[in-house]
Design a protein. Structure first.
Length: 306
């Protein structure tokens, strides 16, 4: 199996409709098959990076108890950031201040050498600090993981069709700060049609497969788009693909279910973070049973060890 064949197998592992939520309702034309080459191309682009990579994540759930960012996104950002550091790529996290403690808690569970040197910059609705602006201007790649973005009417929507424009939307805020010249290469990672990057998929495909797709479909296009059954999976797939192309064997803890549970439990407790479907501060993701959620991780680990 050559590198691109291995990458395509990685893509297939994370492009499963866990829980039959309808992401691939039309077997022939759906979000998973709309851009079959984007995952491989994104991995190659990132693996060739000699510059600085930025990662932004965070989807706020205003109806949760307590209102918080969800568990899909931050764990993926932590693993991807530490993975890129392991292969020698400089990384910065751009974040809403309220998620910093959760992200730090996740990084503390990574290998010290992988977490060392990952800078953090706060994003606010009223703009960026001078340091954050300088870091943004110097990026080669910018990765959005589970970041809600504006739909056709300019508003941001949850999967239930609720308008969340007035809540913290760090991906959207950062998008508004991108330089007009020398913009970074952008990669979107999402799972529902309402995230930054999903504008690359034609509206008809989103409407055909996603409930309320005509209302929630994000119009923002990224250079590359990774669609996964869960956005965390998309981030882990990207980490795996870059490691393959750089000839680095991923550490076992990336894909160990016990380590993933430990990471999410810690991030939920410190954050707090909440399950985006149930709205509760539980160590679960998108309301999925734990055994179902970790299946792609187990498959990724087996593939990369073979």
């Amino acid at each position: 199996m050559n590198h691109d064949e291995r990458l395509d197998t990685i893509r297939q592992i994370v492009q499963c409709d866990a829980g039959n939520r309808g992401w691939a309702r039309d077997p022939a034309t759906n979000l998973f098959v709309a851009l079959p080459d984007d995952f491989v191309r994104a991995c190659h682009s990132l693996a060739k990076s000699n510059g600085h990579v930025g990662i932004v994540t965070g989807f706020f759930i205003p109806t949760a108890s307590p209102p918080s960012f969800e568990t899909d996104g931050p764990p993926g950002a932590v693993v991807l950031a530490s993975a890129l550091r392991r292969v020698g790529i400089n990384v910065s996290l751009f974040l809403d201040p309220s998620t910093e403690e959760a992200l730090l808690a996740g990084l503390e569970l990574c290998s010290p050498e992988d977490a060392r040197g990952i800078d953090r910059y706060h994003i606010r609705s009223d703009g960026l600090t001078r340091a954050a602006k300088g870091a943004l201007d110097g990026l080669e790649h910018l990765i959005f993981i589970e970041c809600v973005g504006p739909a056709a009417d300019g508003n941001c929507y949850s999967m239930r069709g609720n308008d969340v424009t007035g809540t913290p939307t760090p991906g959207r805020w950062l998008l508004q700060q991108l330089p007009t010249q020398n913009r970074p290469i952008t990669i979107g990672v999402g799972d529902g049609g309402n995230e930054i990057g999903m504008g690359k998929i034609p509206p008809t495909i989103v409407i055909r497969n996603i409930p309320l797709g005509d209302r929630i479909h994000c119009r923002v296009v990224t250079d590359y788009l990774i669609v996964a059954g869960v956005s965390n999976w998309g981030a882990y797939a990207l980490a795996s693909g870059v490691a393959v192309l750089r000839g680095v064997t991923p550490p076992r803890h990336w894909f160990q279910p016990d380590e993933e549970r430990r990471r999410i439990e810690r991030m939920v407790a410190v954050g707090p973070l909440v399950d985006g479907v149930t709205g509760r501060p539980d160590p679960t993701v998108d309301g999925l049973p734990w055994e179902m959620y970790v299946q792609p991780l187990i498959k990724l680990g087996s593939l990369l060890e073979s």
